[in-house]
Structure formats: structure tokens, C-alpha cells
Design a protein around this ligand. Structure first.
Ligand SMILES: [Zn+2]
Length: 372
């Protein structure tokens, strides 16, 4: 097996980075017309800056108002409009669904893509894949693209104004990166690009975890006060770049598969991706029989950040056998990343670990009555 490391061509981050969007695109040799797929808040916050920065760099552009769901119909609609403008580069600006749509449209049209996340809520912006959900919000499949984004540009002044819960969710997603990478590296299994891991990807995954523990609480406080601090800068890099490179180039294991399982029941649909991944991580650590001290470090972090660590916390007030079975069956479906674990994972083992995670999570929650 060859080792494969996959990353965006360029990653640019900082306060008011949007002001440099045109120059960064120009430096990469990208050419217009530009087709911007943008969510509502991105249009409100960034439209005036796009006019300046893209105008200065000589790009003509069109802004497309994203309609809220990364569905097959929305991808087709955006593509038709992009074709009508003779677009030569696609820019996605907004949350995860906007960026997923932008990557899908760019892949369909074989065009370069620029991702400008307005949230640091997941590990997806740097990757060459999208997660597709059905119309009920249940995980459907991963969609893989040939190329990673040409540019990922993260404006931390925009992230500082985003809801704190979404930054915390991004930390939940990023928290699993190192543990899933460690499992994949240990088992010598294939990463998300079909190759083996590298020293680089594993080191970045570890740095992701260390950065979360060091800066997570301070970064959350910065966003609660809508300010940009060095801790927030480091944490945004961990949630977006380190977690993205770590998961794509080292691989996923039980935590994300349990997330996919949790989406199989409607109870969890109000919860964010990273909140469910955080719970999935507890399940993974229990399945793997990891030491108590490691579990306690993770639980302590989740509690301090205010991330859920119980079934009730992720919306499952009444964990019936039928619900647990639906979760475990989806999590262990053929091809799921849970099979990257170095032992056979059965439906029963997942049900037991899901319940055991809830039990340790309740003890942790009750011993830290108020978050932080
Ligand atoms: Zn994720």
C-alpha cells in the first residue's frame, strides 16, 4: 500500500482574511468569471468586501443565494446557473452545506474551488469529500472528489461572530481526529484517499488534539465575546486545517461511524455533526477498552466546553432497544469506518458501548454541574 497525503493547495487564515480573497486567488493563477455560492449570513457580512477585493484583482463575479440544503436538486440548480455565467472558478462561502454544495458543483464542472467557511464547526472545508444526507437528515453516503480545494480561506473575524455552540461542535469533531487517526495508523488501514497514513498526517492529528486541550476553553470564551485572540486563531486552525488533514490523510474509525449511526434516528437531528462525533468518540474509547485516565481527559474536556456526553445530551431521552439497534446497525453497516478498528465490531458490542458511554457521561456531567 502506498502512503497518500492529501491537502488543499493553499490555506489562508486570519482576521479580515476576506479582504485578501481576490489577491490570494490571483496568486494561485485562478481566472474568472467567479461564481460564489453563499449562505444568507455570508452574503450579509461579506458582500461589500467581495466587491472590493474581487474588483481590485480584476475578477467579475456572480453571487448565488444558497437555498439551505446540499441536495441533488440544489447542486443541479447551482450548476445550471454557474454554467450560464460561464464560471471558471467556484467559491463557496458559508457553513458546511454551502461548502459541500460548492465542492460538488466544482467537481461536476471540473473547475477549481475556493472554500471560505464562516463557521469553524467541522473538519470538512479542507477535504476532497462531501457528506450527503437524505431529505430527513440521515447520513446517506460520502461523495469523493478528485481534488482538494485550491484555496481554503478562513476569516477569523467572521468566525468570532459565529454562534459559540458551532465552534464547540467543531471541537467535538476535531477531538475525535487524533483517536481515529491513532486507530487507523495502528491497524495499518487505508485512509480516506485509499492510501496509508504518513508521519505528517499522524503528527498533525496529534497537534490537533493538543491544541484543543490547550486553547479550547479560551477560544470559546473569545467567540462568546466576539473577539479574535491568538487562542482563537490556533483553535480555528485545529478545527479546520489540522482536523481536516488528520482525518482525510490518516483515516476515520468508530467515532464517525457511530455519528452516522446516531443520524439513523430522528431524536438526534437537532444536534450538530461535531456534537454527535464527540459522543461517538466516547463510544470508540470504550469499545477499544482505552485506559480510564484517557477517557477522563476526554470527558473533562467535553464537560468544560459544554459538549454533550450523555444520550439525553444528544437528544435521546428514551434509549429503547429498537433505537439502540438502529444506531448500531447503521454504525456497523458494510464499508463503515468502524471496521477500521483492529477487532470485529458487532451490533451488540456497539449497543453495549453506547450505553456504557452514557453511564460514564452521566457521572462526569453530575460531577461538573455547570459547564466551565
Ligand atoms: Zn467530522
Amino acid at each position: 500500500m502506498l502512503s497518500v497525503f492529501s491537502s488543499p493547495s493553499r490555506y489562508t487564515q486570519g482576521k479580515n482574511a476576506t479582504e485578501s480573497l481576490g489577491r490570494e486567488m490571483e496568486r494561485l493563477g485562478l481566472e474568472g468569471p467567479v461564481f460564489i455560492i453563499a449562505g444568507t449570513s455570508a452574503r450579509r457580512e461579506l458582500a461589500a468586501t467581495w466587491k472590493l477585493t474581487l474588483g481590485e484583482a480584476g475578477f467579475t463575479y456572480t453571487v448565488y443565494a444558497f437555498r439551505g440544503e446540499c441536495s441533488v436538486a440544489e447542486i443541479a440548480r447551482a450548476r445550471r446557473e454557474a454554467e450560464a455565467t460561464k464560471a471558471r472558478v467556484i467559491v463557496g462561502a458559508g457553513g458546511g452545506k454551502v461548502l459541500d454544495t460548492a465542492r460538488a458543483v466544482a467537481a461536476d464542472m471540473d473547475l477549481p474551488v475556493v472554500n471560505c467557511p464562516t463557521l469553524a464547526s467541522s473538519d470538512s472545508p479542507c477535504s476532497a469529500l462531501s457528506v450527503v444526507y437524505d431529505e430527513h437528515g440521515a447520513f446517506e453516503k460520502y461523495l469523493f472528489y478528485r481534488r482538494n480545494p485550491d484555496l481554503v480561506l478562513v476569516d477569523t473575524a467572521v468566525i468570532a461572530k459565529s454562534p459559540p455552540r458551532l465552534l464547540a461542535a467543531g471541537m467535538g469533531d476535531a477531538l475525535a481526529t487524533w483517536f481515529e487517526a491513532r486507530t487507523c495508523v495502528g491497524g495499518n488501514v487505508r485512509n480516506m484517499r485509499g492510501g496509508g497514513s504518513t508521519l505528517s498526517a499522524a503528527a498533525l492529528a496529534r497537534l490537533c488534539y493538543d491544541t484543543l486541550l490547550a486553547d479550547g476553553v479560551d477560544a470559546l470564551r473569545a467567540v462568546e465575546n466576539q473577539v479574535v485572540t491568538p487562542a482563537l486563531e490556533r483553535l480555528v486552525e485545529a478545527n479546520t486545517l489540522l482536523s481536516g488533514l488528520g482525518f482525510e490523510s490518516s483515516g476515520l474509525a468508530a467515532a464517525h461511524a457511530v455519528h452516522n449511526g446516531l443520524t439513523a434516528i430522528p431524536d438526534t437531528h437537532a444536534m450538530y455533526h461535531g456534537e454527535k462525533v464527540a459522543y461517538g468518540l466516547l463510544v470508540q474509547l470504550i469499545l477499544e477498552g482505552q485506559p480510564r485516565t484517557e477517557l477522563e481527559t476526554v470527558l473533562d474536556f467535553l464537560t468544560r466546553i459544554g459538549l454533550p456526553c450523555t444520550l439525553a445530551g444528544i437528544g435521546i431521552q428514551d434509549p429503547t432497544r429498537a433505537k439502540l439497534k438502529a444506531i448500531a446497525q447503521r454504525a456497523t453497516a458494510p464499508g463503515e469506518t468502524i471496521h477500521n478498528e483492529p477487532f470485529e465490531v458487532t451490533v451488540d458490542a456497539v449497543i453495549d458501548a453506547v450505553l456504557a458511554a452514557d453511564a460514564v457521561g452521566r457521572v462526569s456531567r453530575d460531577s461538573h454541574p455547570s459547564p466551565q
